[in-house]
Design a protein around this ligand. Structure first.
Ligand code: HEM
Length: 240
């Protein structure tokens, strides 16, 4: 079981991710979209969407730091174990809470707005369930282990995840990890495998400058110019 979960599943998820992206790009290039529901409802979406996206972005950056920056590097920067723990606890929890708040608003919107609900497929529901589960399980694992310096995943989960890149996964490192963290990592890998087969595929084409770009301003046409044009012949007066 240990070998399957920590030596086979990660590569299976990676293969499903890459194969799905290639397949979707070849056969469904024009379906490569968020299937935005903005035309049905935009007021709540304008709040919920950025809250969720900033939250999840901070969570992902946190994972990159937590899993791929070894303890010796943060020690070299003068960041002791306790300081690291507090930083990870507060910033990680804030990021997770932001993502949960955003996703709660997005799901509420989907459920209460009839046209948005009608545009929600079984695939979307599965995606929301796995996404929400991985976020909540991550937070539960973290918040269940806050005493002292918290659970020290930098001696187990982090080196295991780095060992995956050597193609010689050190599965023994994961054997003694608290079960909440194990469940979280498994659900997280399932989510990664699902990305190309759901609307989450848009993350691979998200223009990063969207986060800071100014709003596009849409203006209605001058009401005086609506309707048929006057049939007066000749040039129109400038500056109407
Ligand atoms: C795929 C493998 C994954 C691994 C190995 C992993 C590992 C971890 C670890 C070790 C923590 C605990 C940090 C701590 O205790 O300080 C954590 C927390 C968390 N994870 Fe993951 N994770 C994975 C995937 C994901 C995914 C896909 C998501 C969301 C889409 C996610 C969302 C979270 C959240 C919200 C937290 C709690 C808040 C935070 O520390 O940012 N994780 N994860």
């Amino acid at each position: 079981m240990t070998v399957f979960l920590w030596g086979v599943l990660p590569y299976a998820a990676f293969v499903l991710l890459v194969a799905g992206l290639v397949w979707r790009h070849r056969y469904d290039r024009f379906g490569w979209t968020t299937r935005s529901s903005q035309v049905y409802e935009s007021k709540l979406l304008n709040i919920a969407s950025p809250v969720f996206h900033y939250g999840i972005l901070f969570v992902l950056v946190g994972h990159l730091i937590g899993l791929f920056v070894p303890e010796s590097w943060t020690n070299a920067l003068g960041l002791g174990e306790h300081a690291y723990h507090l930083l990870s606890l507060y910033s990680g929890t804030a990021a997770g809470a932001l993502a949960v708040a955003g996703i709660a608003m997005l799901i509420y919107r989907r459920r209460t707005n009839a046209p948005v609900f009608r545009a929600t497929t079984a695939n979307d529901k599965l995606m929301y369930a796995v996404l929400l589960a991985s976020i909540v399980l991550g937070m539960v694992a973290k918040l269940a282990h806050t005493s002292g310096n918290g659970y020290d995943y930098r001696h187990t989960i982090a080196p295991w995840s780095r060992s995956l890149f050597t193609l010689r996964p050190d599965t023994a490192l994961m054997a003694g990890v608290p079960v909440l963290y194990q469940v979280h990592a498994v659900v997280g890998m399932v989510l990664i495998a699902l990305v190309p087969y759901t609307r989450l595929v848009h993350m691979f084409s998200a223009p990063v400058q969207y986060l800071v770009r100014p709003y596009v301003v849409y203006r209605s046409r001058d009401p005086r110019r609506l309707g048929p044009r006057p049939d007066r012949p000749g040039w129109e007066r400038a500056g109407l």
